[in-house]
Design a protein around this ligand. Sequence first.
Ligand code: GDP
Ligand code: IMO
Ligand code: MG
Length: 478
Amino acid sequence: MGRKNSKNCGYADVLIGLQYGDEGKARVVDMLAKDYDVIARFNGGANAGHTIETNEGVKVALQQIPSGIFYPDKLLYVGSGCVINIEKITLEIDRLKQINVDLSKRLRLSCQASIIQPHHILIDVQTGKTIGTTRNGIGPCYADKAYRMDGDRLLNIKLGDLNDDPKKYFAIIKENLMAAAKMYGLSMKEIGDSDDLIKKLEAGFRKIKKHIESDTLYLEKKAQSGARILFEGAQSIMLDITKGSVPYVTSSNTVAAAAYVGGDLSPSYHRKTIGIAKAIMSRVGHGPFASEFGGKRSEDYCMTAVNGKPKYSQTVEIDYGVEKLLKSKEDFDIGVALRILSREYGTVTTRPRRVGILDLVQLSYAIRMNGVNELVINKCDVLNVFTSTKKAKIPLVVGYKLDGKNIDYVPGSVISYYKVKPVVEYLNSFRGTVSHIKDFKALPGALREFVLTVERKCGCKITGIGVGPERDQFVKIN
Ligand code: GDP
Ligand code: IMO
Ligand code: MG
């Protein structure tokens, strides 16, 4: 029997972030979910922070559970390409229950998904500072998946293994913890009480056991019988382990094609790719960011930590005088003001996000690399802030110069990417709030011009723009 052989079979769309993460993927998934039957994750884990704000003032930040939670008839699937933090997913399920979201019959977790073991988190905390990881053990977990075994000792432990023989595999998790502690010279204090760690993990596992999906053709069967599937990417193109700004990336493939590996479905079901970007870009963690306001100074400032906590958090920056910063000649100051006004602080880490001008070279790269069919630009409401700058115009990066030559692609190595000089153009700005507007024609002329310019320069249809964080604060464009 061939796949996709019946006219009643379903299809899959893939939604991905096109920049450095946090483009507002979740709010678009939440909006689109009503037209699908299954919302599925295919990569990453608790490093993601996906925020949904309903019109009724409910705000949730999801880490591992797909963003279709508010539609009780939709199934939520976590694919084999994801890495599962058992304790965190248990807490997430409990938190959702408190707001009357019951996942008991809706959530399926692939038995082939690897689990984050205690030593992954310990190693990440020890080794991830230079990249600025989220300290969720993501890199070490994917590394163990690639290593497979150390001699006779199994390194990659999957949900299905724990389901088959919990006693055996929890014992291996403890062995892995002890071996890693020895290798990294961790003290007993750093490890904590290992028996207690394992007990907590066992308790968490008992709670999520019923969600484990043993049928490795689960999603294929759903699609074959007509299900419409929406894949929800985590992280983003520039954080892809191969195509991003390596090594300042996450440890999974974030590109659209990865949905058909980590999402447990054949690519023959693919219908279209939806790309999400935001009008003012942001990045958390270290690494090249060509259009960053204030360049290296901003990178260093945002990454400054004291005792493992961000020094310039929202509570510190809230007291800065925004009007004065906006009028400054220094791009760095404008960036700080934009961060404060657009609330760009990490959902998972609370770090100040580095902010930058919308970069159309980078965006076009992501669109071309992924065959994006439809583009959504969030946070267009924030563009009005530029009216208060000295130039009173919206900046856009429209070209890259590398060693004096124009290039139309993202350099494939970090040294070259740090050397890139962006070419900036300016568009007219607009005043006032646009968050209440529902119709493209009713938007200020300058914002319409911005949308049309981005669409033209990127060669991709823009199907909607975010004009505020709430579900309804969105303008659909036909
Ligand atoms: P994700 O990781 O891509 O799902 O994005 P995050 O949830 O980490 O970050 C996006 C942030 O921007 C969230 O706080 C959203 O509520 C907010 N947001 C999304 N779209 C808009 C928009 O159009 N305007 C404004 N002002 N905020 C938005
Ligand atoms: P969502 O899905 C933004 C960044 C981290 C760090 C690098 C590696 O919410 O868009 P990791 O913990 O994955 O090993 O960290 O990747 N990062 C993200 N940045 N949004 C995310 O997810 C991210 N997930 C990881 O800040 O620079
Ligand atoms: Mg996020």
